[in-house]
Write a protein that binds this ligand. Sequence first.
Ligand code: F6R
Length: 365
Amino acid sequence: ELGGYPHYMLKEIFEQPESIRAAMRGRLDRDQATAVFGGLNLDARRLRGIDRMILTACGTSWHSGLVGEYMIEEFARLPVEVEYASELRYRNPPLSSDTLLLAITQSGETIDTLAAMREMKRKGHPVLAICNVVGSSIARESDGGVYLHAGPEIGVASTKAYTSQCVVLALLALHLGRLRHLSYEAGLRIIDELEALPEAVERALESNDVARRIAGLYASCENFLYLGRQYNFPTALEGALKLKEISYIHAEGYPAAEMKHGPIALVDEATPSVFIVPQGGVYDKVIANMEEIRARGGPVIAIVDEQDERASAIATEVIRVPAVADFLQPIVTAIPLQLLAYHIAVLRGCDVDKPRNLAKSVTVE
Ligand code: F6R
């Protein structure tokens, strides 16, 4: 069942090129330069009438929602908010009836996400879900949605479901964009970039040995910071969550520039900062943030593009991943962060597939 892997988590990390292909299969339409879905159950007219979206989820799925926010704003120019389901369910935000709720969930059984969805439905909002488990409560109760087709995720820490959620959100952003002002050319370019993704993820998995080596250097540290900006800010949150849930090390994710508003006080020689710093709009800014950490003696582990020179020259340790379009960086850069967390947890003797105090699906409030 484990197919030669020591843990489900590692097996599922390595399944990602295939689970990402499965998330895209049959959904890219080059003729129309868009993404197509079988089960949205909302026609083009209704979708065009949507004036705002709320994405709701818990935990790792909430992080993919943050990635989705950037994607939908960029491609569809729709205002998006991302809400913790546990907060949304007890809030009563003033919303127009043209606000669409999108629930994101691997299991489809997370009680807070289900309750938030029911509350929005009661108020007449259209409700869609991105879900992995077919026929789950959230899949059944939503008006429509998109399955991840990632296959069963057994490891308690979500890995392949997370990257598939990001992929499906990109498809949805493309679909919504093409119903609005995204041009044919822009649509095609996005499709090209998506089609190149599985291979980029395969190459990102080649960072496994480097991640294991770096894990050996820092496995005894008790505090980590994860820092990134724009598309890579949610990745910082996700990297920190992966580490804390399976290795029980205290880790915090921040937008890199926020660090000087408080967290930089934590920096010392025993507190590594993991920077997610691929090329892109904010590259120079993140490098400046890295320099601030190095100046205070903090070790820096940098996730950079294969061809990177400047960020790697400043970092203490470097993990290289293939360069991809900005909106796909969260998917490619998540891979070495999953691997880093995995190897650190193994070195600390933790039960990576079944971390203490955690359950795979949280069906109680
Ligand atoms: C973390 C993790 C959890 C889940 C969260 C939501 O690795 O797996 O944070 O993401 O409990 O679960 P789903 O996606 O099933 O609603």
